[in-house]
Design a protein around this ligand. Structure first.
Ligand code: 26A
Length: 348
C-alpha cells in the first residue's frame, strides 16, 4: 500500500481572530499578506490569545493542502512532512489531521514549541504573521531516514509549500531531484510575495525541478518585480510565460504555471519546449454570494489541494483547475483552512 502524494511544509497552528484595520496598521501589516514575525510582532500572539472570538485551527500552508488533498482522495493517499514540538499545539494539529485521515511523519523537536500563525481576518482579507519555531528546524536527514525515504520513493506526486524555502532548501532539492530523475510530478507553490522577493536564490535553484508552479497574482507580481522582468507586473499571462520557459531538469514533462487571481479568472500557461509554444488558458471563477463566505484564510491552499488531488486522480489540467476552484469555494465557507464534514464530493 503506497501513498501517491507526499507534501512538505511548515506545520503551524493558526490563531485566527477578526481585527480592525487599525490593528493591522499598529503593527505595519498589510491587509493581505503573509510574513515571518519579527521581534516587534511578538506581542501580537499574546494579544490574540486574549481576544474574544479566537479560533484555533490547523494551519501551515502545505499542511492545509495536504489535508485538503486527503479530503478529496481515497484513504491513505497523502503523507505530510514537517517539524513540530511536543505540546498542545501539536496535539491540535494531530487531531485535525486524524479527522481528515492525513498521515504525518513529523520531525519532533523535544525543546522547541510548535509553530504558530496569527491569522488576522479583516472582512475578505487575511494577514498572516508566523512564528515558525519548531517548523524552522526541519532537516533533510529526516527525509533520508530509510522508513521515510521509502515513503518518498513509493510516491508519484510531490507538493512543496514555497514557504519551506525559508527552512530547508536541501530537503526541497532532494525531493525535486528524485522527482526529476524518476519522471514524477513535482509541484511548488510560491506561497507569499516575500518568497520570490527575499528567497530568490533558493527559489531559482528549485524551479528547474518544478512541473507545476502554483501562485496567486500578488506572488506573480512580486516575482516579476524582483526578477526585473520587462512585463507589466499585473500581466499574469506574461509573467507565467517567463516562469514556464525557465530551464527544466526533466524535459520529459512540460512545465505548467497556474496563477489564481481571487475571483478573477485562473490562468494556466504550459510551455512546449520542442515547439517553443505556449498554451494559455483562462478559467472563470464562479463567485460565491458574499454572505456565504466565512473567511479566505487557506483559500489558495485549498485551490492547490483540489488541483493536485485531481492530478493524482489522473485528470487533465482543465479538470484540475475546476477541482481546485471547487475546493477553494468549499474552504472559504468554513472557519480557516478547513473543509466541511460530512464530506462533499466533487462532480464535474
Ligand atoms: C514561513 N511562513 C511565513 C509560513 C506561513 C504559513 N505556512 C507556512 N509557512 N505563514 C502563513 N502560513 C499559513 O498559510 C495558511 C494560509 O494559506 C497559515 O498557517 C495559514 O493556515
Amino acid at each position: 500500500m503506497s501513498y501517491p502524494l507526499v507534501c512538505l511544509g511548515n506545520p503551524l497552528l493558526d490563531l485566527q481572530v477578526d481585527v480592525e484595520p487599525e490593528y493591522l496598521s499598529k503593527y505595519g501589516l498589510k491587509e493581505n499578506d503573509a510574513i515571518l514575525a519579527e521581534e516587534k510582532h511578538f506581542p501580537i500572539y499574546e494579544e490574540v490569545l486574549k481576544k474574544s472570538g479566537l479560533k484555533t485551527v490547523a494551519g501551515g500552508a502545505a499542511q492545509n493542502t495536504a489535508r485538503g488533498a486527503q479530503y478529496i482522495l481515497p484513504p491513505k493517499s497523502v503523507v505530510y512532512f514537517g517539524s513540530v514540538g511536543k505540546d498542545v499545539y501539536a496535539d491540535k494539529l494531530n487531531e485535525a489531521n486524524e479527522q481528515y485521515g492525513l498521515r504525518t511523519e513529523y520531525q519532533i523537536q523535544e525543546e522547541i514549541a510548535t509553530g504558530k500563525c496569527a491569522a488576522l481576518i479583516n472582512g475578505p482579507h487575511r494577514s498572516l504573521v508566523t512564528d515558525l519555531a519548531a517548523a524552522n528546524h526541519f532537516k533533510v536527514d529526516h527525509l533520508e531516514k530509510p522508513e521515510n525515504w521509502a515513503i518518498v520513493e513509493n510516491a508519484k506526486y510531490y507538493y512543496i509549500g514555497g514557504f519551506h524555502l525559508t527552512v530547508s532548501p536541501p530537503a526541497i532539492e532532494k525531493l525535486g531531484k528524485h522527482a526529476a530523475e524518476n519522471n514524477k510530478v513535482f509541484a511548488l507553490n510560491f506561497s507569499a510575495p516575500f518568497i520570490p522577493q527575499f528567497f530568490k536564490d533558493p527559489l531559482a535553484s528549485s524551479l528547474p525541478y518544478v512541473d507545476f508552479v502554483i501562485a496567486n497574482e500578488s506572488e506573480a507580481a512580486a516575482y516579476a518585480e524582483t526578477q526585473g522582468l520587462s512585463v507589466d507586473s499585473k500581466d499574469v499571462v506574461a509573467i507565467a510565460k517567463e516562469v514556464a520557459k525557465l530551464p527544466k531538469a526533466n524535459n520529459k514533462r512540460q512545465r505548467t504555471v497556474v496563477f489564481t487571481q481571487g475571483t478573477d479568472p485562473t490562468v494556466t500557461v504550459t510551455y512546449n519546449e520542442s515547439t517553443k509554444e505556449f498554451d494559455v488558458k483562462e478559467y472563470a471563477v464562479r463567485k460565491l454570494e458574499e454572505n456565504k463566505i466565512t473567511d479566505t484564510n487557506g483559500a489558495g491552499d485549498a485551490f492547490a489541494a483540489g488541483f493536485i488531488a485531481a492530478l493524482v486522480e489522473g485528470k487533465d489540467i482543465a479538470q484540475a483547475v475546476h477541482e481546485g476552484q471547487w475546493a477553494a469555494s468549499l474552504s472559504i465557507q468554513e472557519v480557516g483552512p478547513s473543509f466541511p464534514f460530512p464530506k462533499q464530493t466533487y462532480t464535474a
